[in-house]
Design a protein around this ligand. Structure first.
Ligand code: 1CP
Length: 365
């Protein structure tokens, strides 16, 4: 508890950028107020990234990937790059879900051309390395990026803050890197559920300390990325995905009821209604395998559905891309819907295909 208070003190010191903004009506937020827009608001997961030459240049200037995440000026710059090119309705803070374990004391590195690397934590004794009381300094750097963005973004562009969901962040902390089946984390959760719950609780508390600082600095919406939710059995999904996410949502809603929260339980389309009911999120991001009928059903029950174009269609481009965009729009127009991909843009994506997509969604081409 003492840990959380220390970070909350820091949050209180963050200058609020929200106050001057309340009169601006951002179209991105309208589906959350029950309005369906045509064309729908749009943004793309990983809209800042290696597919853009200007990102590659800034990334080089910054040094390592985490140096970029912890440099408010350059992190804000790469956040703005896709907004300048494509005029998306929302921008997403440039950072990473692994900033949280790094801030807690489990140092993260990104080897060039490879994914993240962490010294794995495989049992309760390893949790002693983690401390929320020291995390505030790194969180504050991210909050500064958000505050800069709120100043520099066009006034009608929404700003999305985010964190990784406890389950997904835990998988990286336990594996020490990305993995195809999250086997080490699932194994620990079965072998020693009480010990694994301590890790999940630490991450839930950290998210509850981290996200309000993003909101106070100017984030209009929060997205919680649970990229590996789909690897869990039904009862494990309830315990490690639904309950911790519900605790984060309840804490944010108590302090900031006006800020919509989007969940992204990737790979869990069959549990989507259950996820929405159990967590109280305002929107769900739907992966590529989620049937449009499921997205329609979610939207019909009053939750915003976001998604779900295949990022590989954005590599392919051409008529196949146009056809699928039209199918998604035909299914979702008139509903509470935000156009997005089912997962992040891949580095091979030609930037002109993104322009083609934007024109198609906005019915300009
Ligand atoms: O420049 C580079 O080489 C790094 C590539 C990169 C980028 C652009 C990484 C490393 N992270 C990011 C940015 C990022 N990551 C954002 C920024 C905002 C935007 O969308 O534009 C966000 C929201 C994330 C979130 C994130 N990081 C997730 C959840 C979403 C998802 O993609 O599933 C995950 C799982 C990560 C971990 C991560 N960070 C980076 C990589 C390569 C990975 C995946 C590792 C693996 O293979 O498991």
């Amino acid at each position: 508890m003492k840990d959380v208070t220390a970070v909350q003190d820091l949050t209180a010191k963050t200058t609020s950028s929200r106050v001057s903004d309340t009169s601006v009506s951002r179209r991105f937020l309208k589906p959350f107020a029950g309005e369906s827009l045509s064309p729908p608001p749009m943004w793309l997961m990983r809209q800042a990234g290696r597919y853009l030459p200007e990102y590659r240049a800034t990334r080089k200037e910054a040094g390592s990937f985490l140096d970029l995440c912890y440099n408010p000026k350059l992190a804000a710059e790469v956040t703005l790059q896709p907004i300048r090119r494509y005029g998306f309705d929302a921008s997403i803070l440039f950072s990473d879900i692994l900033v949280v374990p790094d801030a807690l004391g489990q140092r993260v590195t990104f080897a060039e051309g490879e994914g993240p690397r962490l010294q794995p934590i495989r049992e309760v004794a390893g949790l002693a390395r983690l401390s929320l009381s020291n995390a505030g300094e790194k969180f504050a750097i991210v909050w500064e990026t958000v505050a800069r963005l709120r100043q520099d973004l066009p006034k009608d562009t929404a700003l999305i803050g985010f964190c990784g969901a406890p389950w997904t962040v835990a998988t990286y902390m336990v594996e020490g890197q990305g993995s195809s089946d999250q086997g080490e984390a699932r194994g620990w959760a079965y072998r020693d559920p009480a010990g694994f719950a301590q890790l999940i609780d630490i991450l839930t508390d950290a998210s509850i300390a981290y996200l309000p600082g993003q909101i106070k600095a100017g984030a209009d919406v929060i997205q919680i990325f649970d990229s590996w939710a789909g690897s869990l059995a039904e009862n494990q999904f309830q315990q490690w995905v639904v309950l911790p996410t519900a605790r984060i949502v309840a804490a944010l809603k108590a302090a900031h009821p006006e800020v919509p929260i989007i969940g992204f339980p990737k790979g869990a389309a069959a549990q989507l209604q259950h996820f929405v009911a159990g967590t109280n999120v305002d929107g769900v991001s739907c992966d590529t395998s989620c049937p449009l009928g499921v997205m329609q059903a979610v939207a019909a029950r009053g939750t915003v559905a976001q998604g779900n174009l295949d990022p590989l269609l954005l590599v392919a481009g051409g008529a196949a891309l146009d056809r699928r965009v039209d199918e998604i729009l035909d299914a979702m127009t008139g509903k509470r819907f935000i156009f997005n991909l089912g997962h992040g843009i891949v580095p091979e994506t030609p930037p002109e295909h993104v322009a083609q997509l934007v024109n198609r969604v906005r019915r300009n081409g």
